[in-house]
Design a protein around this ligand. Structure first.
Ligand code: SF4
Length: 395
């Protein structure tokens, strides 16, 4: 039987993906706690061990908070924690505080300041490009990508995964297991997450929650992910199943219930933040409604901005001419080692690299990567395909 589908509403496309709506609202007390912790940290012996640049970043936080309190205007370099970052800092130990603050600063500001370091602020590693769903706003809906004969489908080899983790440990904190496929379909996913245990402050996995079972849940919670994100866009069966094609609403909800029960019983002191995150493809999707139904299973419910990935290569040319923040923000490593600057370009038209041949740091600082950055800065993104028709800007 051919199921009804919901068509995404293109008028909801934004030039930068963000949290369109979220259930977490930081309280002023949490802001003050964060500020006081940073202030106290300046007297900590660990502060004295930072280098000059790192100390400067800590001072930027304090000055920015002061400006906020005094209602003064911000400069481009100013930065303080807000929204979900306030929740995140509450889970970070004093020992890791500086590392956390520096990584959040670079993660947020390097793309805006068009700055690059030796390593990207964020890396997305794809354990698999295969998915069991065909969501209407996803590139998996494109048969020229997800069809077996086109050469894009496969699982990442465990040895390749270890090579990547070994290079980035201590150099990148924001590491996400996800991209074009459903990570939990990789038969070695438990070994992969266990190999990464306690290595990254911003370790995260995105899953559609369909494959969760007791063993997998216990392993996911055991490795201290900073965030586990469940992709769910609606909490009524009809809408959910018309967006997440092949998803069974009741199964997903019972898996979320099992997850939250195991977290409560087996990991009562877990610092992992759990989220239900959907893509807002219709105005009618409502975070508060979702929170009422499933908020009890997770810490945060959110809807992120819609990017028209399902039509990446056919979108109209010239949506924006701004330099794309992705080129300074993160790097994607596909299951076969291929590196791409983004997943908008899910068929790797922009890719020139493979981690089997070069290190992540070499690729991030390579001539070709820098050429893409220069073209974007010099108002020439229209000469790059598919940047010419992509919706990502730097707003
Ligand atoms: S296709 Fe180009 S403009 Fe779009 S996200 Fe990728 S790098 Fe950025």
């Amino acid at each position: 039987m051919i199921k009804d589908k919901i068509s995404p509403d293109k008028s909801l496309v934004k030039s930068k993906g963000g949290y369109n709506e979220e259930s977490f609202k930081e309280k002023i007390e949490q802001q003050k706690n964060a500020y006081n912790r940073i202030l106290q940290f300046k007297n900590n012996i660990l502060f004295k061990k930072l280098d000059k640049n790192e100390m400067q970043i800590i001072d930027i936080y304090l000055n920015s908070y002061k400006k906020k309190i005094a209602n003064k205007p911000f400069d481009k370099e100013d930065f303080f924690l807000s929204g979900q970052d306030v929740l995140k800092i509450s889970k970070v130990s004093d020992e890791n505080l500086a590392k956390f603050l520096i990584y959040r600063y670079k993660y947020s500001l390097n793309p805006i300041l068009y700055k690059i370091d030796k390593y990207p602020p964020n890396i997305q590693i794809e354990p698999t490009s295969i998915c069991n769903f065909r969501c209407v706003m996803c590139y998996q809906a494109d048969k020229s990508f997800s069809g077996k004969s086109h050469g894009h489908m496969g699982h990442m080899d465990f040895e390749l995964y270890k090579k990547i983790i070994d290079e980035i440990e201590g150099n990148i904190e924001a590491v996400t297991l996800a991209s074009r496929g459903e990570p939990t379909l990789n038969p070695k996913i438990i070994e992969m997450v266990q190999y990464s245990k306690n290595k990254f402050l911003g370790f995260k996995i995105n899953t559609n929650a369909s494959m969760l079972n007791e063993n997998l849940i216990n392993n996911l919670l055991d490795v201290n992910f900073a965030e586990i994100v469940f992709s769910v866009d609606a909490t009524d069966k009809d809408t959910y199943e018309k967006i997440r094609i092949n998803g069974k609403y009741e199964k997903i909800i019972s898996n979320l219930e099992l997850f939250s029960k195991i977290k409560k019983n087996n990991f009562p002191n877990s610092n992992t933040i759990t989220k239900i995150s959907g893509v807002k493809i219709k105005e009618a999707q409502n975070v508060e409604e979702m929170k009422k139904k499933v908020g009890k299973y997770v810490d945060v419910v959110q809807l992120v901005d819609y990017t028209p990935w399902e039509s990446s290569y056919n979108n109209p040319v010239g949506y924006t001419n701004e330099p794309c923040h992705q080129l300074w923000h993160r790097m994607f490593v596909w299951q076969d080692g291929k590196v791409n600057p983004c997943d908008y370009d899910y068929k790797s038209e922009l890719s020139k690299w493979n981690v089997k041949n070069n290190s992540i740091s070499e690729i991030w600082n390579s001539k070709e990567y820098n050429k893409y950055r220069s073209m974007h800065l010099d108002n020439m993104r229209k000469s790059l395909y598919p940047c010419d028709r992509c919706t990502f800007g730097n707003a």
